[in-house]
Design a protein around this ligand. Structure first.
Ligand SMILES: O=C(O)CCC(=O)C(=O)O
Ligand SMILES: [Fe+2]
Length: 309
């Protein structure tokens, strides 16, 4: 029997087929079962891309701090003051607007397909950041879920947000790997302080790996005990009905939209009319960048209106 062509799952079929083409079947099972997966470099991007990405992030570290960065040496803050800062760690923000390589990255087929699967096509980019870490002591693992909870700390069973770390250096226990509590995405709540620490496992992978996790999964990080940097690019996505961390919808330039496919426009919500002013909504962007499934739905709606008139 051939799956992937059912009429009743028309919008999902392309995602299903891309999972097969990219050899991601095992990874979607791991994501569903354990709440996270590690995709090896050969299924993510060529070594030359990894190198270009690492060089770009190091250059941005230097530009934003005003001091030199070398992957083999510990970092420093220099003039950089963006929050949150803790011993041995800062974040670089708004990377999508910092270099064209990040436009390429958010459309990476493996990243895109995993997030598309987890979020049933409803994803938008919430933030694109880099966690820059070096040797420092830390207390506890800092376990948390990335999904915003309701006032009682509850989370929906679906992935309201989905996250993925592209490792630019090796992730090992000693290098301060991210940690996860396997199966914790099914609890549908944030952990209470200290809860889950005994069950947390280091998520290890060589540079070039992509770690993808469900928005509910309890995760944190181990202390970095070695010299040198731990670097990543963290691609945080949220459902289209949720506010994004970084501001893209009206700030991404027309040149960025023009040089990328419609999937890019949808990732930055350029097809979303929300947030209008006295001029009212502009539906032309919606029509220009809508997904094939949405276009079909709009077409059917307009057709039935015309028929009713
Ligand atoms: O690797 C880490 O330090 C954890 C980062 C984290 O919590 C996140 O990216 O959501
Ligand atoms: Fe997190």
């Amino acid at each position: 029997m051939q799956l992937g062509k059912f009429a009743s799952t028309e919008a999902f079929n392309p995602t299903y087929n891309r999972i097969q083409e990219l050899g991601l079947q095992q990874h979607v099972v791991e994501l569903d079962s354990y709440g996270f997966t590690v995709i090896p470099p050969q299924k993510v991007a060529p070594p030359a891309f990894l190198e270009r990405m690492r060089d770009t992030v190091l250059r941005l570290c230097e530009e934003r701090t005003g001091i030199e960065f070398d992957v083999a040496k510990n970092g420093g803050f220099g003039n950089y003051q963006a929050q949150p800062q803790r011993d041995g760690q800062f974040l670089l923000f708004y990377l999508l607007m910092a270099d064209r390589i990040f436009e390429e990255w958010v459309l990476n087929p493996t990243l895109y397909t995993m997030i598309d699967y987890l979020m049933r096509g409803q994803q938008q980019l919430s933030s694109l950041t880099s966690f820059v870490k070096w040797r420092a002591e830390r207390d506890g693992l800092g376990l948390h879920s990335d999904s915003p909870p309701d006032r009682d700390g509850h989370l929906p069973a679906c992935s309201d947000v989905a996250n993925a770390a592209y490792c630019l250096t090796d992730y090992t226990l000693a290098n301060g790997a991210i940690c996860m509590v396997p199966g914790s995405h099914l609890h549908c709540r944030q952990p209470s302080p200290g809860e889950g620490e005994a069950d947390a496992v280091p998520v290890e992978g060589e540079a070039g790996s992509l770690i993808v996790w469900h928005g509910n999964t309890w995760h944190g990080a181990f202390e970095k005990q070695t010299d040198g940097l731990r670097l990543n690019v963290t691609s945080y996505h949220c459902n289209r009905r949720i506010k994004t961390q970084e501001s893209y919808q009206w700030r991404v330039t027309q040149a960025m939209l023009d040089r990328n496919p419609p999937e890019f426009a949808r990732l930055v919500a350029a097809d979303d009319t929300m947030g209008w002013d006295a001029e009212g909504p502009d539906y032309s962007r919606t029509m220009k960048y809508a997904s094939p499934a949405d276009k079909k739905r709009f077409g059917a709606r307009m057709g039935s209106r015309r028929a009713a008139a």
